[in-house]
Write a protein that binds this ligand. Structure first.
Ligand code: MN9
Length: 291
């Protein structure tokens, strides 16, 4: 397998809706083209940023299919297939393989509490259903599922597990995983600390703000590769001023959707209820920021 294709900056792709709130195939395609134009060469499709858990099964499949049609051959594609039941997630995993994805990923099964063996079984079943490499999606703040070193060891010993999307802030644990698993692909999850992850040896980063700040984070990635840490830190500071502003909207994906329209002229609609649009007072301030 070509591991190089899994390195770099991946956008945690938004899902485009039309004015009626339905999935917009045209919006999805236009957004992907804009991001490819910005230099993005990796997409994480149908994850938290893509509002996966607010979509019907048919919509999730449509998002996966349309995104793959537009980006296949131009970018590395990871499909997030996570769901409450193995049965549902396995069906998405199978579809992802059929649509030509390079890997699948899933959040740890959430809401109900499972044993480590049950969680391992979940990922094994997804690997079997798809025949694709699997990337664990670790996001304890949202899933409520925390994992310690032993839990990671139990999962990462399986060779079908390609790596981890690590959306946590414990960079000591991250470093220990890097040390113990030099051949796995580790992604930094929080854009605010992209530099921390890269400095600790992340292979890449997957994030929501890269939908609209792709050029800048590609530059950050290049600076780290060149060993220019002072410049990389200065850039992360600047980008964090923008991320702090995005977070002020109260919902980062709603904010990123609005900036997508302002910066690239691509209308991807607003977030699905109970979410919605970014607040109007916030939108009035967008122009003061150079995204
Ligand atoms: O995993 C994203 N996490 C969530 C990636 O959306 C919950 C991040 O890209 C954050 O949105 C970003 C802003 O906090 O770091």
């Amino acid at each position: 397998m070509d591991k190089q294709a899994f390195r770099g900056i991946f956008s945690a792709l938004l899902t485009a809706f039309d004015a009626a709130g339905e999935f917009s195939e045209a919006g999805q395609r236009a957004m992907i083209r804009a991001e490819l134009q910005a230099g993005i060469r990796g997409f994480y499709v149908g994850g938290s940023t893509g509002e996966a858990f607010l979509l019907s099964p048919e919509e999730r499949e449509a998002v996966m299919r349309v995104s793959a049609e537009e980006a296949k051959g131009k970018a590395t594609l990871i499909a997030h297939v996570g769901d409450l039941s193995t049965r549902a997630a396995a069906r998405y995993a199978e579809k992802a393989a059929r649509f030509g994805y390079d890997a699948i990923s899933s959040v740890t099964p959430f809401y109900y509490k499972y044993t480590p063996e049950q969680i391992a079984g979940y990922y094994r079943d997804l690997a079997e259903a798809s025949g694709l490499p699997v990337i664990l999606y670790y996001i304890p703040a949202l899933s409520g599922v925390g994992m310690d070193r032993a839990a990671f060891d139990g999962l990462l010993s399986d060779e079908r597990i390609l790596g981890v999307k690590y959306t946590g802030s414990d960079y000591y644990l991250f470093e220990r995983l890097r040390r113990a698993y030099p051949d796995k692909i580790l992604y930094n999850g929080y854009d605010e600390t992209c530099l921390c992850g890269l400095a600790m040896g992340a292979d890449g980063a997957i994030g929501s703000t890269y939908n609209v700040m792709g050029e800048q984070f590609l530059r950050l990635y290049a600076l780290v590769k060149e060993g220019k840490l002072d410049e990389a830190r200065a850039l992360q500071h600047t980008l964090n001023d923008r991320i702090a502003f995005l977070l002020e909207a109260g919902d980062v994906k709603a904010a990123v959707k609005y900036v997508m329209r302002e910066k690239y002229g691509v209308d991807v609609g607003v977030c699905r209820a109970p979410g919605g649009d970014a607040p109007s007072q916030w939108k009035e301030r967008v122009k003061a920021y150079d995204f």
